[in-house]
Design a protein around this ligand. Sequence first.
Ligand code: GCW
Length: 663
Amino acid sequence: MRLVHHEQAWLNYNTVCNPNYKKYATDVFCNQIDEITRSAISELRAAFQNLFDKQIVATESSGQAAIKLLIVRNDQLGIEGFQLDIKEDEVVIESQYSIGLLYGTFHLLRLLQTEKNIELGSIVEIPSQPLRMVNHWDNLDGSIERGYSGQSFFFENNEIIINERTVDYARLTASVGINGVVINNVNVRKEATQLITDRYLDRLKEMKNIFSAYGIKLFISLNFAAPMEIGMLETADPLDSSVINWWRTQLDYVHGYIPGFDGFLIKADSEGRPGPFTYNRTHADGANMLADIIKPYGGIIIWRCFVYNCQQDWRDTVTDRARAGYDNFVPLDGTLHSNVILQIKNGPMDFQVREPVSPLFGGLKATNQMLEVQIAQEYTGQQRHVAYLLPMFKEILDFRTHCDSAFDTVNDIVSGKTFDQPLGGIAAVINTGNDENWTGHDLAAVNWYGFGRLSSNPNLLAEQIAIEWIKLTYGNDEFVIQQILSILMPSWETYEKYTSPLGIGWMVNPGHHYGPNVEGYEYSRWGTYHRADQRGLGVDRTSKGTGYSTQYQSLNALMYESIDKCPEPLLLFFHYVEYTHHLKSGKSLIQHIYDTHFEGVEEVASMLKRWRSIEDKIERKIYDRVLERLQHQYSHSTEWRDIICSYFYRKSGIQDVHNRQIY
Ligand code: GCW
């Protein structure tokens, strides 16, 4: 009898395994029974039932058991690491704490389903990032900001929902090593401000208990103006003693009610949100005040660096939104307290299809830092287009900041290794909702899966992760694996080809950010942000322009400064370039724009063809859902191509050398 009744993404356990592995599906022994090891045992039970139709039990004597979960003393494994020993007739998982046993269990189940013949021997895995988080932008009314998979499964009608899906969510999250979740939107509106009050604390505690059984820390987003909105104070000045007292009383109460509450995320002074600037205070004043209050409880304040003035007039050549993060936060380096982490978006702008890495990485040297990426595909096709984002995340993590350390990549910095910082990690704005398949587009689940896997083990390759996910979700048929893999691997760059070219960004409709609109950018009342005219296009961000390139460490600054050395995918981010300028391919810029847009559409046509070729090998419902989205992607990509090509044809007056119909 199968235990799984509804869709559980990559934890369906309906793949066909090597029958040889059935020998491991006997009893399980664990030398420490607690809430987390109970989760591990129940996962093994569900998996073996589905995979091998075998019921296993937990025994009290290790003799009988083919699977042994053992808490041991081995400092090398750290807090979350595990050692997995696969032997002929038994598997032993060891770790110092129960969370390692849970991670080891998920790893074993992954191997059983993805490897035809598991090698006997020992595997050690130790997550490299301290915090591996997802941020939900869920509102208490059940809507999700930038959500493309239905409504929230955490909130409905201003209540917190706890049901079977909460547990499944915790299982999926922990199965890929994610250890922290922020459940509500960083834009904290009226109702959500109340999350720290009596109205919600019982339910929050219940949710924390469910998450704790999977080693997941629970965070909520705070409203910086809460002292005014719910405390009835006249100010939220972080240095005002009545404000500090208000926060202390409120947060002491939360911690008294929910012992071990993990911390808070804050978006301040950004896009209309309140913050310390209103009171002429710095972001360090704001973050440190809150951090000091929760320090005795071991709590953490995660403070976002997405701070910029969206009303700034950038018609002169030096005002540049891209500069804002660095300009606002580098002066604070070294002043933030030890339980504050700055959370930095991967690029200086806003999750565009291609951006340079934020110069805050490498610029900040005495601050806990976290990377923030977005798997909700706000600017990458909103989960109606396929865009496998792991190749992008790999590039970001591997980026060398040249910050004068042997460990100078973004991955090194956010793991805390470079500057010996105690806290750090990676966060992703997540792509889930209450749609049956969790992520709207079935293929978008790979980004959730992959984010967790990569943040736990940055050495994994994007392709490896995709293959694992395909096998766990769709089974081991070689043809199916190859077709889906060929759809996923190039999909981010395919999307880039038919949308905004060479790092210029946006070109989407303001507001919802979907669909082509070359001049579409909410803050374009000062003119087109991309500076296209009859001669060329792009923003001069060199020292002769906005000076943004000088925010990088010198080797990178030199690279971006020079039109010849600047990596071509970022050319228009850093330079104003004439349409007739020749790229490395020998093509002119304008011809490159035409050609990539046509290529992008062709690549979508071939994705569609590949999906059709596996029609009889994929469950009907899933096949149809994906087919419908791919068909939409195809027609939408032609719309993108036509709008972008005709815009630049009209601007430049230069014919396509292939004389295609573009206007
Ligand atoms: O890109 C913008 C999004 C907003 C989001 C903001 C942020 C949550 O369009 O919807 O607000 O980024 O990251 O704070």
